[in-house]
Design a protein around this ligand. Structure first.
Ligand code: UDP
Ligand code: MG
Length: 312
């Protein structure tokens, strides 16, 4: 049996040696399995590529793909999954925030047929800015209201999967990949392993608040059309309100015979601004979806390879 361990790396020259050692520990503990370590260099600007190639030279289990530029972690994970040949496949971060020491117990769970996917989940967010945790929690509540499958709060991309799950994931060939959603969407029996939040061993996070915000919007837009429906509801509500307002003036004019009360100007302005805002918002939401359709329709590849190991 072969186990593939996939590691997306972006500017991780400092963390990689730690991670490689930890992976070797796993390999020597699990003697009944063969291993392949697949490193994806996601267009790093430091010496990550050289580090990976150095590892590949002295270790025959190391395989790699080097991207032509930074395509993002989603693309790196996809490339890794495509390259993997293992019966069991795991994805883990290069910074040791996904503790490799959990891998043996994940393997046990699959062996005992308890699940098809064993996924890690952090139970706390210590060491993370408070405001970021707050928005993360809001995001999970929001998206879970809108989509048909459940995305667990604190779920990481760290997971060990059977081959059948990997094949299912690869079949979803969309360009705008939102893995948290894709993992949940393909289904299968999932077992959760809880662990404490671990801070990265070296280097720093690649996710700014703004990047995370865009990622959240991407996630929602690529998994549900609920915002479009929301725009429709808002439009409906404001049209109804407008109609009621009109009716009210009609009745006032016909029954109460009040014709001209000039001080209607501020309220009029408010309404125009409010409706204008709603229209713009709806247009923006629409634009998100049209833009996404545009990107998907172009059928561009998810990533471009610059280099790859030559192992078969
Ligand atoms: N990563 C990547 N491409 C990117 C950004 C990040 O491959 O454009 C990798 C990164 O090297 C790491 C993992 O994704 O292995 C998680 O990134 P990071 O630790 O910065 O995220 P955080 O743990 O702070 O959410
Ligand atoms: Mg990290």
């Amino acid at each position: 049996m072969l186990i593939s361990l996939i590691v997306p790396c972006y500017n991780e020259e400092e963390s990689l040696p730690f991670l490689y050692n930890a992976l070797c520990d796993v390999r020597s503990a699990e003697t009944s399995y063969d291993f392949e370590f697949i490193f994806i260099d996601d267009g790093s600007k430091d010496r990550t590529k050289e580090v990976i190639k150095g590892l590949a030279e002295k270790d025959k289990d190391v395989r790699y793909v080097v991207f032509s530029r930074n395509f993002g972690k989603e693309s790196a994970m996809y490339a890794g999954l495509q390259k993997s040949k293992g019966d069991y496949v795991a994805i883990l971060d290069a910074d040791m925030q996904d503790p490799p020491s959990l891998i043996p117990s994940m393997i046990r769970s699959l062996e005992n047929d308890e699940a098809d996917i064993v996924a890690a989940r952090r139970v706390n967010r210590e060491g993370e800015p408070k405001i970021r945790s707050f928005f993360a929690r809001m995001f999970y509540r929001l998206i879970n209201r809108m989509i048909e499958v459940e995305i667990a709060d604190g779920a990481r991309d760290f997971r060990l999967m059977r081959r059948c799950v990997v094949d299912a994931i690869l079949e979803l060939s969309e360009r705008q990949r939102f893995s948290k959603g894709i993992f949940a969407w393909v289904g299968f029996r999932t077992k959760w392993i809880a662990h404490q939040n671990v801070e990265r061993v070296a280097g720093e996070t690649k996710w700014s608040f703004w990047k995370l915000f865009k990622y959240a919007i991407d996630g929602i837009v690529s998994f549900t059309v609920a915002p479009l429906r929301l725009a429709t509801y808002c439009g409906f509500a404001s049209a109804f309100a407008g109609f009621t307002y009109m009716l009210y003036y009609f009745i006032r004019a016909i029954i109460l015979r009040i014709y001209n009360d000039v001080p209607g100007y501020p309220s009029l302005l408010c309404f125009i601004l409010f409706i204008g805002g709603l229209i713009l918002m709806a247009l923006g939401v629409l634009g998100e979806y049209i833009g996404r359709t545009f990107l998907e329709v172009k059928r561009r590849p998810v990533y471009i390879k610059a280099e790859e190991d030559s192992r078969k």
